[in-house]
Ligand binder design. Sequence first.
Ligand code: SAM
Length: 342
Amino acid sequence: MGELRMSSDHGALVDTFGRVHRDMRVSLTDRCSLRCTYCMPADFADWIPRDHLLSTDEMMLVLEVATEMGINQMRLTGGEPLLRPDVVDVVRRLTALPNAPKISLTSNGLQLPKLAKDLADAGLERVNVSLDTLDPQRFKEMTHRDRFDDVIAGIEAAKEAGLLPVKVNAVLLRGINDDEAVPLLRHALANDWKLRFIEQMPLDAGGLWARPAMVTADETMKMLTTEFELTPVPGRGSAPAEEFYVDGGPATVGIIASVSRPFCAACDRLRLTADGQFRNCLFAQDETDVMSLVRDESLSEDEIRRGVASILTKVTAAKLPGHGINDPAFIQPTRPMSAIGG
Ligand code: SAM
């Protein structure tokens, strides 16, 4: 694609705090097949119009420039990324780039029985599947869909396809599923899932998040240590999860304490939304439009590539030191997690 390789012309994506950005979260769609209560209202219908979504060619151009600027890991997300009809092709094209990044994907698992093998063959390395409960009835109440068995089948399909280790993400909600920390970990250990608990963040479309209702990482640890011995795994790097060996290992459990123990100082992530906006943080108030640039017919492809590189440099430079959730002046982003890309 294009005559010019930008990597020789542009430096790495370094912000004013010295953080080097190597990871990009790429939202493939804002649509989802579940309606998790803490993410999307049951009657949510405020979808991005289809012609406002980046086409796959447009997305590839943007992401290729990102790889030339040092992005070497991409996580495909959404909404539900497996609802994008050409998701396998997206993975294949990304892994065929000259500076091919490692590709992982976050999914609700429902389409994995159908797609896991093709995704693995296309070069996908790993999946994270979201599952908050082991109780099918509770699953239905928490997601507004009766699809528990399909998620379990999806996790199994990912394992069979060799997308290992399968990480399973769980959000605990007070009074809803916070009695499941220990059962979820027991089940994860028995089934070779790498379980991670994520603190609930203020990113729901309904603006219903409330700090007292959030199950903190400390509370989760307290529940887990009633049954398991947890010892820290050293060398976290830029990973969101604090990892702990369970009963001496080798199995581990992760805790993502985005709110109570933010890890912004080591953040190396940038985001591209399905409608072509760059964000430098999940909680950023600003987005930078790259869609209009890639659709500008007055520009040559090289001019567009230079423009993408320039936007990425500026977006990175503008990154704040932290997400600010704990500041009194914090304002929840106007777009929900499903539209930003979780
Ligand atoms: N549909 C995919 C899935 O279910 O994993 C990918 C998108 S989803 C937004 C990605 C992750 O964000 C899921 O693990 C989900 O549980 C989590 N999530 C959504 N809203 C959240 C919130 N308000 N706080 C914490 N995690 C949230």
